[in-house]
Design a protein around this ligand. Sequence first.
Ligand SMILES: O=C(O)C(=O)C[C@H](O)[C@H](O)COP(=O)(O)O
Length: 219
Amino acid sequence: MTSYTPSPLSRRVAEVIDAAVVIPVLVVHNPAQAVPLAEALAKGGLTVLEITLRTEAAFAAIEAIARTLPEVTLGAGTVLNRQQMQQAADHGCRFAVSPGATPALLAAAEAVGMPFLPGAASASEAMVLAERGYLRQKLFPAEAAGGMALLKSLAEPLPQIGFCPTGGIDLARAPAYLALKNVVCVGGSWVAPKDAVEACDWKRIEKLAAEATALRPQA
Ligand SMILES: O=C(O)C(=O)C[C@H](O)[C@H](O)COP(=O)(O)O
C-alpha cells in the first residue's frame, strides 16, 4: 500500500486544477491582447489559465488580467528558477507550473508558499515528487513521453498521483486522457492557436474554449 501524504501546497493546487478540466497554456507576446484573450477563454468556460513566462510580456499580461478579470484564476507557466517563482508570487499568481522540477525550484516554491505543479515524465521523477508531498504533477511532454500508455502504467503502482498531462494534446485526444483515473485535467495550447491570437479572432477562441469546456465529465 502506498502512503504518500499531500503537502498543504499540493492540496491547494488540487483545489484549483481538479475543477479546471482543461487549462489553456498561453504564450502572450502583446500585453494588449492579454485581457481580450483571457476574456474569450472565460466566456467559453475556461477560467483557470496558465500564462507562460516565455515572453517579455508575460508579467504585464498577468497584471492586466488580474486587474480586469477577477473570475480568472491565473497560474505562471514555464517557471524555471527561484527568481521567476518569486516574481510569480509577487504578481499574484495563484499557482505555478514547470515542465520539470529541480531541488532548487521545489525549495523556492516552498519558501515562497506558492502552490506548485511540477513536471514529471517517468515513474522515478513522479516518486521523488510524491515523497515530497506533490500529489498533483504535470506529465510533460505528455504525448512524447508515452501519453496514455504511460499514464495507465503509472496508475497501478502510483494511484495517489493525479496528473495534468500537457504537450501534444488537442480536442481530439483530450477526452481519452480525461477518462483515465489518474488524470485530473489536461493542459494545452490548442484552445488559443497562435494564428487566432495574432488575428485577434476572439470569437474563434471563445468557440474553442466552449468545446473544451464541454469535455467536462458529466456527474
Ligand atoms: O511552456 C511550458 O511550460 C510547457 O510545458 C510547454 C508547452 O507549451 C505546453 O506543454 C503546451 O504544449 P502544447 O499544447 O503541445 O502546445
